[in-house]
Design a protein around this ligand. Structure first.
Ligand code: RIB
Length: 310
């Protein structure tokens, strides 16, 4: 099986549930607060491993909480050679508010995620060489992502960039080096500079990026599923219906699941269907890494859905 390397952030998530997300100047009463393992990079690495992928992870943790996160990564079966715990430094922290509809807002304090620099990634070059697929997000310094994309594409690796959190623009030199760009609606809108309020607009925005050299765009459109756009086709994959509890890490679960099927040599369409199913299960559960389903749960869910239809 091909190897997946995730390079990115790890956070401790402080998740608050409230009936509604407060607007500027508003105070609302919360329902509960919990601490969860999160971070876009970590969530994607855990998703890859839990869903059956041979997964390595490059990340930097701080003293507070760092050792417990590292233990969780080890228990998840992740290759942890690329993980460092820095003494006396603060692990990344995310403050998440989730409303009654499962929608969220997130504020991230980067902490040691900003120690995951290009120099640090260079010191893990062996892991990049061993990998077949490299997954990146944007919660570590941009210069580090820049290095990883250039080095990864130079080594002929498949590059997946999940452009989250939404950047103002994407470095134009990355575009032709990315094999799969996986934005959500907000990210696609920012990167393309075009409105994305419908699947048609998302397709037009994605095509504008294909024209600039990206090979495949897989836009995640929440309840409307995923939209695949390449130079040859545009196809929408609707997700199964489920009661939404918490959308935190749905995109991360999608990216991890997609990479796992890709690593197994499945078609892009099958990989998107698998990713849709895994992400759907994740929104029916609370938290980030705690919400990511196993391989068996996901495949059983797909079988159950197929039986429902027939
Ligand atoms: O994508 C969800 C993640 O975003 C959370 O786990 C939080 O840590 C932020 O990084």
């Amino acid at each position: 099986m091909k190897k997946i390397l995730v390079i990115g952030s790890s956070n401790i998530d402080v998740s608050i549930r409230a009936e509604s997300i407060p607007k500027a100047g508003e105070t609302v009463k919360g329902v509960s607060v919990s601490l969860n393992a999160g971070g876009k990079g970590a969530n994607q690495a855990v998703a890859c491993s839990r869903l059956g992928g041979m997964t390595g992870f490059v990340t930097v943790l701080g003293t507070e909480g760092g050792e417990s996160l590292l233990s969780l990564f080890r228990e998840s079966g992740i290759d942890c050679r690329g993980i460092t715990v820095l003494d006396g430094k603060q692990t990344g922290t995310a403050y998440i508010t989730v409303d009654n509809n499962g929608k969220n807002t997130i504020v991230v304090i980067p902490g040691t995620n900003y120690d995951c620099t290009s120099e640090y990634i260079k010191s893990n070059d062996q892991l990049l060489q061993e990998a077949d697929i490299i997954i990146l997000q944007l919660e570590i310094p941009e210069e580090a992502v820049d290095w990883a994309i250039r080095r990864g594409s130079e080594l002929g690796k498949t590059i997946i960039l999940n452009p989250a959190p939404a950047p103002d623009s994407l470095n134009p030199e990355w575009l032709s080096r990315i094999d799969y760009l996986t934005p959500n609606e907000t990210e696609l809108e920012r990167i393309s500079g075009l409105p994305v309020s419908s699947a048609e607009e998302a397709a037009a925005a994605a095509r504008s990026l294909i024209a600039k050299g990206v090979k495949n765009i897989i836009a995640t459109l929440g309840g409307s599923g995923a939209l695949l756009v390449s130079s040859a086709l545009t196809e929408q994959f609707t997700p199964p219906d489920i009661k939404v509890v918490d959308t935190t890490a749905a995109g991360d679960t999608f990216n991890g699941a997609f990479a796992v099927y890709l690593a197994e040599g499945r078609s892009i369409a099958d990989a998107i269907r698998f990713a849709n199913a895994a992400a759907t299960l994740s929104v029916s559960r609370k938290g980030a890494q705690s919400s990511i389903p196993t391989r068996k749960e996901t495949e059983d869910f797909i079988v159950a859905l197929a039986e429902e239809i027939s």
